[in-house]
Ligand binder design. Structure first.
Ligand code: GLN
Length: 454
């Protein structure tokens, strides 16, 4: 009741929820109470969660905040959300996001932008919460749910977490099942939680993670008790500081935050070492080839026949064209065009194949650092704090928007786990995050180190 009334009070302003499942929430909460009365109960018994609109939820609208999935109501549940309900969690509703998870500001949503609950001390303008999981980050930050599911293809969990003072972890590729999550770029997409603190994120991830016959890229590895890692000392851990992340034009405040993080970990007993990840500078351009290429293929299924919107016509090609023209927003169309271009016969070798090779080099940089004994890598999460909704510079130049992902995309390209943890405020009083990157399937070290920083 408390969360539902908080949503009623604040959602009109924040636009974090696109669907509120009030009746379902009450029914699930009641069932949870009954289980507790009988002495049963899962790890998340009665915990009210918000679900990013990218996750298929049985009998509840799932549109990836796109017009093309108009009123689509899946007859099945995603594995990750089913895992959460099996642990006793309660669904409050579906959360706003960039259309098909393409964006870094939540402004590409068919349902309009989400407003960051944080305000600058210097001006009263509305700020973006980051994206694409902007609704998830806002709902957690504004106490409109106890935790939220999110997904991260190039930073969409970590960047909004950094912009809203919340904790977000993208686990290792394969840690969570992608089954029932609307596909953006299948080799990069991974689900994870956005939560209020590191412990909550650890508790949620434990329940979200699983191997799944329905996703052959999910891995059969035991899911550790992540909560047990929270509070463990970082003494003796080797933390790498990659010099390539000190990018040109980075605001002084971001560098200062990074230095503070280094000192906190050092004071707590970690060993700090300088490392080099020489291919970092190619990560962003390579990502913006690989991700649109996979997206253009994944989005081919939206043809007006199988799901959602259909523009009626007597001619089937006109029907496809009409549906896709009307159903996809500008950013999604841009990605489809870039993706189709880089996959086309004459350009495949020059762009797509080259980007895949660069991806291998990026992964090798990380492998080498870990082989040299580094346990985790500390970087800033974002190159700035939250910016204004309708920021003129970002709107005029999509590449400016893509630059937001400079510190986060490397992690997806290499399939590694990455966490963003709130680490302080900038001069405007806005939250900033630090990122920790870990070895494959070593989320525990990230929880340990992140808890030392928070
Ligand atoms: N901002 C990046 C993009 O637009 C990442 C999105 C994501 O992680 N889903 O592709």
């Amino acid at each position: 009741d408390a969360y539902l009334s908080a949503i009623r009070g604040a959602n009109e302003k924040l636009n974090a929820y696109v669907t509120v499942t009030e009746d379902k929430a009450r029914a699930m909460a009641k069932a949870s109470d009954e289980r507790l009365a009988k002495g049963d109960g899962g790890a998340l018994e009665g915990i009210p969660l918000g679900i990013k609109d990218l996750f298929a939820t049985k009998d509840v609208h799932t549109q990836a905040c796109s017009h093309i999935l108009d009123r689509f109501t899946p007859p099945y549940e995603s594995t990750v959300t089913q895992n959460l309900w099996n642990a006793g969690a309660v669904m409050l509703g579906k959360l706003n996001m960039d259309e098909f998870a393409m964006g870094s500001s939540n402004e590409t949503s068919y349902y309009g932008p989400v407003t960051n609950p944080w305000r600058s001390k210097q001006s009263n303008e509305n700020l973006v919460p980051g994206g694409s999981s902007g609704g998830s980050a806002t709902a957690v930050s504004a106490f409109l749910c106890a935790g939220a599911t999110a997904t991260d293809t190039g930073g969409s969990i970590r960047q909004p977490a950094a912009f809203t003072g919340t904790v977000g972890i993208k686990p290792t590729y394969g840690r969570c099942s992608r089954w029932g999550i609307v596909a953006f770029a299948s080799s990069l997409d991974q689900a994870g939680p956005i939560a209020r603190d590191v412990r909550d994120a650890a508790i949620m991830l434990k329940e979200m993670a699983s191997v799944d016959d329905k996703d052959t890229t999910s891995l059969d590895r035991p899911v550790p008790d992540y909560e047990a890692a929270v509070g463990q000392s970082v003494k003796g851990l080797k933390i790498g500081i990659p010099k390539e992340y000190r990018i040109e034009g980075m605001p002084g405040e971001i560098d200062e935050l990074w230095q503070r993080g280094i000192h906190w970990l050092k004071d707590a007993g970690a060993q700090i070492v300088d490392i080099t990840l020489p291919h970092t500078k190619y990560a962003l351009p390579a990502y913006y080839i690989v991700a649109p290429a996979e997206a253009s293929s994944n989005l081919a299924r939206y043809d007006g026949v199988r799901y959602g919107l259909r523009e009626q016509s007597d001619d089937v090609v006109d029907m496809y064209e009409g549906t896709r023209s009307k159903g996809f927003g500008a950013e999604v169309k841009r990605r489809i065009m870039i993706g189709t271009y880089v996959l086309s016969a004459g350009y495949y070798d020059a762009y797509y194949l080259k980007a895949q090779k660069v991806r291998t080099l990026i992964k090798r940089d990380f492998d080498l650092a870990f082989e040299n004994g580094v346990d985790a890598i500390l970087t800033p999460a974002t190159p700035s704090s939250a910016f204004a909704i309708d920021d003129a510079e970002m709107a005029a130049d999509p590449v400016k928007m893509y630059l937001n992902d400079i510190f986060t995309v490397t992690v997806n390209m290499a399939g590694l786990p990455g966490i963003s943890v709130p680490a302080g405020l900038d001069a405007k009083g806005l939250p900033l995050g630090l990122q920790l990157i870990g070895r494959p399937f070593d989320e525990e070290t990230l929880f340990r180190a992140a808890h030392t920083i928070e």
